[in-house]
Design a protein around this ligand. Structure first.
Ligand SMILES: Cc1cc2nc3c(=O)[nH]c(=O)nc-3n(C[C@H](O)[C@H](O)[C@H](O)COP(=O)(O)O)c2cc1C
Length: 389
């Protein structure tokens, strides 16, 4: 299958065209550190044959709200050893390792457990209406977030510095790259979005001004990490919200990011008010959007929400996307890539789109769970997932 031919991403060859999409698991320790469960979870996915493992979002500035419990962070030297171990177990499984960096949740820090500072480009709040949630998440009523305060320019500078420092730390830890999380309406995405960004200074208003933060991040991270390191960027191809980032604008942004030196573009979709686009109820919903990006930019495009190996193969053969990223499919069955490569399609355990994973992500204190895979979250007790097994 073409899906299992190697592909070059930036300076590195990746063994095939499948990626583990960033997937927050809630397995980090109380201070956001790497635990044995984090190591065994990622070891299982890398051993399962995926080409590129992109970690869940790693937070970089402690003072801003991180409402989702158990997330990984890099907040200084104490975190280096854990991250080095994480890069190593992914490499031991034969995959390339990219760390996703999340600058903050912005106005979308809805489940604001940490009660820290809630900041965004502008004074905004976010609401989730039931009809825009994935089907399996409806029934518990709408959610209304608190109002964020606009970031000062000094705070933007501080955030850039923390992101650059984290990227440098990821390189020192042995990762092959970082992915800047500019999707799903989180803080970085909010700067680019005409819906979320109502600023009137150099970081808001015009298209150019809204691009200032991502372009600055790419430039300063590149200076810090050099050329032998992947910089990826994730963005919602369409926020699906009136006045938000739409497909045409998003393709234009991606073109500018590619010119600025990103090594891949990772598509996603939606924002919290349109959560049904971020966690679709069926597979293949983003393939038409992916095609718009592969036609327009000359860095590899990664497309999520592909669940069936045959859909994945067709998308790669027809150049709809260069790489497919799997999130829920790899939670259900970490061996999806090995089974698909060996033609054992019937042995793949399938996602039922019940979104138990997404629902358990927001339940503070527990890790993500899956109705189809009772082993998820318990990999540290299952010897075949150990790094050296
Ligand atoms: C439990 C869970 C946590 C997620 N966490 C992240 C994350 O940390 N960063 C990110 O960019 N996307 C995250 N996503 C979105 C996925 O990367 C992916 O885009 C989405 O689930 C759709 O793809 P799928 O149909 O293969 O699951 C998460 C998805 C799930 C199910």
């Amino acid at each position: 299958m073409k899906l299992f031919e190697p592909i070059r991403i930036g300076p590195f060859e990746v063994r095939n065209r499948t990626a583990f999409a960033p997937t927050h698991m809630g397995h980090a320790g109380p201070r956001g550190e790497v635990t044995d469960q984090v190591l065994c979870h990622y070891s299982a996915r890398a051993k399962g044959g995926v080409g590129l493992v992109i970690t869940e979002g790693v937070g970089v500035l402690g003072k801003y709200a991180f409402s989702i419990g158990g997330g990984l962070v890099f907040l200084g030297d104490a975190y280096r050893r854990g991250l080095r171990n994480l890069a190593e177990v992914i490499h031991l499984g034969g995959a390339r390792a990219v760390a996703q960096i999340i600058m903050g949740q912005g106005a979308q820090a809805l489940f604001h457990h940490s009660r820290r500072d809630l900041v965004a480009p502008s004074e905004i709040s976010v609401a989730l209406a039931e009809e825009h949630m994935p089907k399996a998440m409806r029934g518990s009523g709408p959610v209304q977030g608190e109002t964020a305060r606009p970031m000062t320019v000094d705070e933007i500078d501080e955030l850039v510095a923390a992101t650059v420092e984290a990227a440098r730390a990821m390189k020192m830890a042995g990762f092959d790259g970082v992915e800047l999380h500019g999707a799903h309406g989180y803080l970085l995405a909010e700067f680019v979005s005409p819906y979320f960004n109502q600023r009137r200074d150099e970081y808001g208003g015009s298209f150019e001004n809204r691009l200032r933060l991502p372009l600055r991040l790419i430039e300063e991270v590149r200076q810090a990490v050099g050329d032998r390191f992947i910089i990826g960027y994730r963005q919602s191809g369409d926020e699906h919200i009136e006045g938000g980032l739409d497909l045409a604008m998003s393709v234009q942004v991606a073109g500018r990011l590619a010119e600025a030196g990103i090594d891949y573009f990772h598509l996603s979709s939606g924002c919290y008010p349109r959560l049904n686009w971020t966690f679709p109820d069926e597979e293949g919903t983003l393939l038409p959007e992916a095609r718009a990006f592969t036609r327009a930019i000359d860095v590899p495009v990664i497309c999520p929400n592909v669940h069936d190996p045959k859909t994945a193969e067709q998308a790669v053969v027809e150049k709809t996307t260069d790489v497919v990223s799997l999130s829920r499919s790899l939670l259900v069955d970490p061996d999806w890539p090995n089974k698909a490569r060996e033609g054992r399609f019937d042995e793949i355990r399938r996602c039922r789109f019940c979104c138990t994973c997404v629902k358990s992500m927001n339940r503070y204190g527990t890790g993500v769970r899956c109705t189809q895979n009772p082993e998820l979250g318990w990999e540290r007790f299952i010897p075949r997932y150990y790094p050296f097994a």
